[in-house]
Design a protein around this ligand. Sequence first.
Ligand code: XMP
Length: 508
Amino acid sequence: MQHSLVSVIDFGGQYSQLIVRRIRELGVYSEMVPWMHAADHIREKNPIAIILSGGPRSVREENAPDFDFALAEGKPLLGICYGMQLMAHRLGGRVERASDREYGRQSLSTRESDALVGVMHDPQIWMSHGDRIEDIPADYAVTAQTATCPVAAMENAGAKRFGVQFHPEVSHTPDGKALLDAFLNQIDGLSRDWTAGQFIEETVESIRAQVGTERVLCAVSGGVDSSVAAALLTKALGDQVTCVFVDHGLLRKDEAEEVVHMFTETFHPHLVVIRAADQFFGKLEGVTDPETKRKIVGAEFVRCFEAHSDEFSDCQWLAQGTLYPDVIESGSSTASTIKTHHNVGGLPDWMKLKVIEPLRWLFKDEVRAVGRALGLPEHVVDREPFPGPGLAVRVLGEVTRERVRMTQEADAIFRHELRVQGHKPGIWQSYAALLDVRSVGVMGDERTYEQPIVLRAVTSEDAMTAEAAALPFEFLQHVALRIVNEVDGVNRVVYDLTGKPPGTIEWE
Ligand code: XMP
């Protein structure tokens, strides 16, 4: 089935991906394409409408990112920030350097159109620009202003061409999504058919066409992406799929059993479970350096696959959980999905498999929606990011079975309390780590000399930066008391207040 496509031409804007996400949230399929590939993209995919993104450059610079407006002839067009300035610059208006850079929250003082800006009830907007439009092109009208920006929005309603100087895609413009929705309403013949159910139906069909009667290997970790990919592949191909799960003993409490249970009970794929905890703990004995621990875990993964390769030597395909942001980042949104695989995801180099990436068109929140629609349990769909080396990087110092047990118990208490006391929403990651020091304490009449647990909970947008979550003191006290009382070997609990930077989310 052919979706209506709204293409976002990217001029290097900080928020360009967000525009795509908002359009998709409104039920319309959208893709992002770098401005230099816009012509090929538009000819090949014939989008029903076009959005020009913001960008860091000035349209007045030599070799500034450009757009051939003839390509958009007859198509509704929305220019955002740099995109609007380019419309003015190329279509007969004039753009000049503003006396002051305008950055941050502003308020629209006038709105003189029913079409786009007219649907915004809240006048708050988010601005970030150094140039401004001095003259608009002929046939256009100014439709909004701020105290400092005489052309905050413009339109040629007859031609369905609109420009906004502010960013409707960011949450600091509270009615920005309504504005984008109003733009979509301007598009004749648009179908709002981008839903999880439709995606599943179409992807199942395309997987069947791509793979035919061959077999697919799908490594599962318990994480959202690999679980959703496995569920989707199994729905499409049934027992042509072999799922492989390595239980390295470094997952959270009961997680390995939950993964096995979910796959065997819910999806009935051919599941190979490699029980390798002894092997991993053996190799990690006496090792305390964080990077060495990471390397050991990675290397043992490869050994596990090699040792069991007979069980999937009949596979020609390898499933990978690549998501749309990775595709955008590699600049290859139109590249072929088939390439030769080189040791991705811990698989041995000699396994030359064709790669299938069933999630390559999805953002993370869309993967979650697809997971829900496929019937994956909520705790899997909502699972926090979890490092590949697992608890090896949350048990500071030597990784032993006993120290992993202590970490798992404390972690389970912390996360359980977060959930039942309603503190989970808004938290990006939360965990307990075991420190590699001892401290003196007293329990009953006994002196103790045991190890501390550190609790870490952060808020974040993308893990690049993070803040310590502002959890109530009484809540932390309650968790600390439970951990010290219930987890043998722990006599002290601390809460990490450090943001990223200067800290990192993990302790190792
Ligand atoms: P940091 O600690 O660098 O972590 O702030 C950023 C994000 O990456 C995750 N992380 C890892 N993920 N292998 C992974 O697959 C690793 O070795 C690893 N180290 C950190 C971390 O949980 C956070 O989400």
